[in-house]
Design a protein around this ligand. Structure first.
Ligand code: GLC
Length: 634
């Protein structure tokens, strides 16, 4: 191994090569085991990967090497209670990359330590799925700036204690990417980067078991391409071509891209749509074991180049499947460091709509434990729609029908159900399966838009209570909380999205508004709605960062109470026990004192509201949408 690595770094002094050799030795097992699970002849692939690793190690700027050494002293930085994430499109937040750099203070004031900038590498011309159709991984979208601006932004963020996360779109590239272009020009080497079929036989066979991701605007999973004279696999849109990861050339290309992005100062790569990487006939072509083997390979290579780099899996899959992305069995702790906790988002909205937390408790009780070195990314809203991923087995445990409940949630949040306060919209209704998803900002889904439109102060107060409760759960269950831009101010749906021809057929743009900086300027006004939302979020981030028991190394245990509208979350940490209680309804809700005391809290003190909790007649009563974070005051 040493010879392969050294050959790439001629003239590098021995003391500089040594850290790389140590890392190669440390991660080689992960790399080799992962490769052996995927390729028939892994030896030559390993050597190619190591050569790329050495080259990028050689190119790594000195300031980032220093960052690596510091991060090795705090490998749990993304698990810590003071870690707060924020996700936004650079242009929608601040115009361009330089604009984002000029807004670092705003993020720091909010307590943000992790910034996910939505796709900003050069995409195909619109439509491009919000940038998820990448045409060039080595240049920045021209209207946002340059690669040098990106590196400068990373520096500015690092100086403010903020890590930078970017998407790594590895399931597909744009039809205009150089690899796809070469394939269309007839180069067989590049044709082999994609899944191309001469006729419909194989696509038809796969489609027997393939679900549709965008049934409305991109039905089917294969697209005929005249240049290729064949059908190419396109899980998402027709111009997003799925890569064939069976081809080791594809893996090596991505090792190279990972090294390149790491050396610009990127701290976290969000593995976009990672569940779809590997295809297997007769399956839904998601969550195949090879996905985890490939992630392990990529991570081992990344850690050799840049030990400070972490991976976040974007696998919006069934709760029973998602833990595998943090690692189970032989991959435990060796794949992604973070993974989206999509089902928590679904369950929070479900509990609010039904004023019943039992489904949430049931679902959480089935979540397998995750490796202690990893963390969930918890969130209430993101740039995507909400898919109502309620599993039949969980609904069934309550005597509910899964299909009926999923349909109820989609209709409720589209504002179609009598009594609904929500102002969202259906996304991608699929009449064939009955599946309907939901678009809308957190505030509009929580009733704020409805209350403001109707000029009903009581409805506004209730909506603010709902929003606070929901964010408290996101920040309290443990994991890296991700705020979606504008949720800290309660931004409503952007109904103007439909006037932009590039966005009009995709109503996810309704919850991707532009940052109104005039509204943000009112964030310290305690009387205004933005100020009230902001104060709540700020209180949560501040209290959270001081509670060691929220470290993601321990899991929360979600508990039922005898009152269906109230659930509890218990975090037992050596630093102290934290018991959270949440009322998911707009009514006062009693719970027996015994429920609180049995968790060992003698004198419960609510650190969120800075008040002792006193039982009366053996009962504590939670106000509407109460969120209590209780510690023992003895
Ligand atoms: C991810 C993104 C989504 C995109 C898809 C295809 O799910 O979050 O916005 O449409 O991947 O890249």
């Amino acid at each position: 191994m040493q010879t392969v690595v050294r050959a790439e770094l001629p003239g590098m002094p021995e003391h500089e090569i040594e850290p790389l050799l140590d890392r190669v030795e440390h991660w080689l097992g992960d790399l080799e085991r992962g490769l052996a699970l995927v390729y028939r002849d892994p030896g030559p692939v390993r050597d190619r990967v190591l050569r790329l690793v050495a080259r990028h190690y050689g190119d790594r700027p000195a300031r980032l090497r220093r960052r690596d050494s510091r991060r090795l002293l705090e490998p749990d930085w993304f698990q810590r209670p003071d870690a707060i994430g924020y996700a936004t499109y650079a242009d929608r937040f601040a115009g361009d990359l330089a604009g984002v750099a000029s807004r670092v203070d705003y993020l720091a004031e909010l307590g943000v330590t992790y910034l996910h900038l939505m796709p900003l590498l050069q995409p195909r011309p619109a439509p491009n799925d919000g940038g998820y159709a990448v045409a060039d991984y080595r240049s920045v979208r021209h209207d946002l700036g340059t690669v040098a601006d990106l590196a400068a932004l990373a520096d500015a963020l690092h100086d403010a204690g903020i890590a930078l996360a970017l998407d790594l779109v590895l399931n597909h590239v744009a039809r205009e990417h150089a690899w796809a272009q070469a394939a269309r020009d007839g180069d067989p080497r590049y044709r082999a980067y994609f899944h191309v079929f001469g006729d419909r036989t194989t696509p038809d066979a796969y489609e027997q078991t393939l679900p549709e991701v965008f049934p409305t605007f991109a039905p089917g999973s294969f697209t005929w391409d005249d240049d290729l004279a064949g059908w190419v696999w396109t899980t998402f849109n027709t111009w997003q071509w799925d890569l064939d990861w069976r081809n080791p050339d594809v893996l090596c290309e991505f090792v190279d891209i990972v090294g390149y992005l790491a050396n610009l100062g990127v701290d976290c790569l969000r593995l976009d749509a990672v569940a779809f990487l590997w295809k297997r006939l007769g399956t839904d072509c998601q969550n195949q074991p090879e996905v985890h083997a490939l992630t392990q390979v990529l991570r081992a290579a990344a850690h050799m180049i840049a030990p400070s780099l972490v991976f976040k899996a974007e696998a919006i899959v069934a709760p029973s499947q998602v833990v595998a992305y943090l690692g189970q069995g032989e991959h435990a702790g060796r794949v992604s460091d973070l993974a989206y906790d999509n089902s928590l988002m679904v369950q929070i909205w479900s509990a609010l709509a039904t004023r019943d937390a039992r489904l949430l408790v049931q679902q959480r009780s089935r979540m397998p434990r995750k490796p202690v070195t990893t963390s969930w990314a918890t969130y209430l809203r993101c740039h995507d729609d909400i898919g109502w991923a309620v599993e039949d087995v969980d609904a069934g445990a309550l005597g509910w029908s899964g299909a009926a409940h999923r349909a109820f949630l989609a209709d409720f949040y589209a504002g179609l159900t009598p009594g609904s306060w929500a102002r969202g919209a259906h996304f991608q209704s699929n009449p064939a399966t009955g599946d309907k998803r939901t678009s809308g900002t957190a505030a509009s889904l929580a009733g704020l838009e409805d209350g403001l439109r109707r000029e009903d102060p009581e409805a506004v107060d209730t909506a603010l209570g709902r929003l606070f409760l929901a964010h408290a759960v996101v920040m309290g269950l443990g994991g890296l909380p991700l705020l979606y831009m504008g949720d800290e101010l309660g931004l409503l749906n952007d109904h103007a999205f439909a006037t932009d021809p590039a966005h009009s057929d995709d109503n996810r743009w309704m919850h991707r508004p532009r940052m109104p900086w005039d509204v943000a300027a009112e964030r310290h006004d305690p009387a205004g709605v933005p100020g009230r939302v902001y104060a709540g979020i700020r209180r949560l981030t501040r209290v959270r960062s001081g509670l060691e028991s929220l470290h993601a190394a321990v899991d929360a245990e979600v508990l039922a109470t005898p009152n269906p509208a109230v659930f509890a979350a218990l975090r037992v940490h050596p630093a102290g026990t934290l018991l959270q209680m949440y009322n998911v309804s707009e009514h006062w809700q009693p719970v027996s004192w015994h429920e609180v005391a049995r968790h060992g809290l003698q004198r419960p003190y609510d650190v969120l509201n800075e008040a002792a909790v006193e039982p009366e007649h053996g009962t504590v009563v939670l106000p509407p949408y109460a969120a209590w974070w209780l510690v023992d005051h003895t």
